[in-house]
Design a protein around this ligand. Structure first.
Ligand code: ZN
Length: 273
């Protein structure tokens, strides 16, 4: 069997499966890692889920996701910080060293103000992250989400934030879906590596046409993202972690998930052929 030890899959990718089924099927397919989405943990003891994952021989690459720091009321911002502190506790119980941060945005908050709120939210939770040995990784999102999901939309903005906050516990989650279009990508990837901030690498593909802004991602090879070229840049920048497959897709979720998983593994193998 070809080497899948650096292949990680996000639990949301095969959303119809519960955590037990997910772990069993990923392990049987030879997948090396899993990124756990918080909704997968609802009603579960994260410590027990972590044990289940380790017993199956999988590595828990990260917990997805914290963030959403932006709001037009102080009460909502405080609630977000409290929720992020809980996410750090969950990550520690699960036994993963990384939390992906989707930083947040609101149509009621100007982008510049939103970015200030993101920075102060991160600074508020960093001590608790450091105390638990958990790194936080800001994921810049495609600008089509600048209204309500993230005011951090380019790798440059994420790098700038890491430079200003200057904590060994803060870095970047790089997702090809969000960043592939950026003309400054190669330069900013190099800068991200030099800063020691490149913590995670997410892959999937961009479909034409994209019929749903959130839930119409493709399997690698179905779309137009030059994943191989981008991965080359990321490796040159010193990243040697997992390739994390993160696909939100009504089309693929409607399929038999075992077949979808086989397609993901095959696509990953042809990416490395
Ligand atoms: Zn991602």
């Amino acid at each position: 069997m070809p080497d899948l030890s650096r292949l990680c899959i996000h639990t949301i990718t095969t959303k119809p499966w519960g955590i037990e089924e997910t772990v069993e099927n990923y392990a049987a397919a030879g997948v090396g890692g899993i990124t756990v989405w918080r909704q997968t943990l609802e009603g579960r003891d994260p410590k027990k889920v972590g044990e289940l994952i380790r017993a199956a021989g999988l590595t828990t690459v990260s917990l997805c996701r914290g963030g959403f720091f932006v709001a037009d009321s102080a009460a909502a911002r405080h609630a977000a910080i409290a929720d992020n502190l809980r996410a750090i506790d969950e990550a520690a119980a699960l036994g993963t060293p990384l939390i992906v941060l989707l930083c947040g945005a609101s149509p009621d908050v100007p982008l510049a103000e939103g970015r200030r709120q993101i920075q102060s939210g991160i600074e508020a939770i960093l001590p608790h992250a450091a105390a638990n040995g958990i790194r936080l990784a800001v994921e810049p999102l495609h600008p089509m989400y600048a209204d309500n999901r993230s005011a951090i939309n380019t790798l440059k903005q994420a790098n700038d934030l890491c430079a200003v906050v200057a904590s060994p516990w803060l870095g970047v989650t790089f997702d090809v879906y969000h960043l592939w279009w950026d003309p400054d990508l190669e330069t900013e990837i190099r800068r991200c590596g030099e800063g020691g901030w490149l913590h995670a690498f997410h892959i999937c593909d961009w479909l034409t046409p994209t019929i749903d802004l959130l839930n119409d991602r493709g399997i690698m090879g179905e779309g137009c993202i030059p994943i191989r070229q981008i991965k080359g840049w990321v490796q040159e920048a010193g990243f040697d972690g997992f390739d994390e497959v993160e696909i939100f897709s009504q089309r693929h979720w409607a399929r038999e998930q075992g077949e979808f998983l086989q397609d993901i593994v095959a696509a990953y193998q042809s990416l490395h052929a």
